[in-house]
Design a protein around this ligand. Structure first.
Ligand code: SF4
Ligand code: SF4
Ligand code: SF4
Length: 441
């Protein structure tokens, strides 16, 4: 019987045939820029994928490592004259090879652990209380709270600066149903928090909830939601990723039936891509779940885009005198094509001076677990992002993705820079508070 990975690889064959080997992808690949190695480029990986599919290359860990060398940033796709969906091919090859040779033990254990929602949440709650034992505080001279390891821990580089885990996760701060201010809601919005925002960046989650409530939205934040599964299915474990997708589809379908949601909102480029795109593809051979995925995909929207659409900027905003720059998350910009709404938000706040950085849409180097498994290479890319940020003279960096935020914070720390990093809606919340539209929390 054909396995999930092989089915995906066969489905990607047509895409492979569209590649005319022009090399346009090489010019924009951040990994090629660092390694000067054809194997890092989409063209090279597509060639390898063809050989895997035709049985000319035997599956091996070495081969799997070659496909692991990709940020899934989609810069290649954006520059491809043949519209080849390079990342679909690379992910299908990862999945097919993973099924054949298996992932290394640490990765496999992490992915399996991620699926166990209760254990995952409990473990991280305990971790939040005990983080001082394993990690020491690092003062970067800005408003963030950061730590670094005291002793070596598998998978995390000792140099890395990591934001603190929140003592109370976002989903424990509110009830499932969070009413609009003023009582009469015009919209009902489901909120997929993603795990990073739930466990670390609760400031972003609070900003989104409060800004939506001030714009006549009831917010519904289901307690049972779990990680979108992207690290798992991007990492090659398609079967576990499918189970995680089914779980979230069940949770939000139930919420939709109960509350008749107008939208499902996200503040993570990767999470929104999971709901808007990946779940449909992952479950294409499972009609009931494919139907759920399509229904929810049509309602899925990034938080910046939603706030702009519902008139969140048509209020008398209070000034925030600050120089700000914006980093585009790869998935937000190139998977769901959200680039203008966050900039509109920033430009609308009086006093905010938006200074564009060079290569704002170039990958920050994080790419989920890539920054764990390939830290030195990831850091080379992140250090360029930090240089571009420094050149703007901005005091605050904004980004629409918690994964990028974490990477950029580390990159700034490694470069000895002190900029704060926040979501654009945190600045809008601050402006609302100063204007008296929202109370200070
Ligand atoms: S840019 Fe597109 S067509 Fe050209 S080599 Fe890369 S993937 Fe192939
Ligand atoms: S997705 Fe990004 S890192 Fe991967 S091959 Fe394309 S440009 Fe290179
Ligand atoms: S994409 Fe990242 S932040 Fe979003 S749920 Fe998945 S792992 Fe968590």
């Amino acid at each position: 019987m054909a396995t999930q990975g092989l089915i995906a690889l066969e489905a990607a064959q047509e895409q492979m045939m569209q590649c005319m080997k022009c090399g346009n992808c090489q010019a924009v690949c951040p990994l090629y820029a660092e390694t000067m190695h054809e194997g890092a480029v989409a063209r090279g990986k597509i060639r390898l994928a063809v050989d895997v599919l035709e049985g000319k290359l035997a599956p091996s860990h070495e081969l799997l490592d070659k496909f692991a060398l990709c940020l899934t940033c989609k810069a290649c796709e954006a520059n491809c004259p043949c519209d080849v969906r390079c990342v679909d091919i690379i992910l299908a090859a990862r999945a097919a090879l993973t099924e054949k040779v298996g992932l290394p033990l640490i990765k496999r254990s992490i992915y399996r652990g991620l699926k166990l929602r209760r254990m995952f949440n409990f473990g991280l709650k305990v971790g939040a209380q005990l983080q001082g034992l394993a990690m020491k505080r690092v003062d970067l001279g800005n408003q963030g709270k950061f730590r670094s390891l005291r002793l070596p821990l598998a998978g995390i580089d000792m140099r890395r600066v990591i934001p603190e885990l929140a003592t109370t996760p976002l989903r424990d701060l509110y009830d499932e149903f969070i009413p609009a201010y003023g009582g009469k809601a015009k919209r009902r919005v489901g909120f997929f928090t993603g795990c990073v925002m739930n466990l670390i960046y609760t400031d972003t989650g609070r900003a989104i909830i409060e800004v939506l409530r001030a714009n006549d939205c009831d917010v519904i934040m289901p307690k049972e939601q779990h990680c979108c599964g992207a690290p798992v299915f991007i990492g090659g474990e398609r079967a576990i990723g499918r189970d995680m997708a089914r779980h979230n589809l069940d949770v939000f379908t139930a919420m939709d039936q109960k509350y008749h949601l107008d939208h499902i909102v996200f503040a993570c480029g990767t999470c929104v891509t999971s709901f808007a795109e990946s779940y449909k593809e992952l479950l294409s051979d499972d009609p009931p779940y494919r139907a759920k995925a399509e229904t929810l995909a049509a309602k899925s929207i990034d938080a910046n885009a939603l706030v702009v659409t519902i008139g969140g900027l048509a209020k008398k905003l209070a000034p925030i005198p600050r120089k700000v720059t914006y980093h585009d998350s790869c998935h937000l910009a190139r998977s769901v094509h959200v680039t203008e709404p966050p900039r509109q938000i920033l430009r609308s706040i009086p006093g905010v001076e938006l200074i564009e950085m060079k290569d704002a849409a170039r990958c920050c180097g994080g790419a989920g677990s890539f920054s764990l498994t390939h830290y030195p290479l990831s850091q080379q890319i992140t250090s360029k992002k930090a240089e571009n940020i420094a050149a703007t003279g901005a005091e605050t960096v904004t980004t629409g993705c918690p994964g990028c935020r974490m990477t950029i914070e580390d990159g700034l720390a490694q470069a000895g820079l002190r900029q704060d990093t926040v979501h654009p809606l945190a600045l809008l919340q601050e402006s609302y508070q100063k204007a008296g539209i929202l109370k200070k929390s």
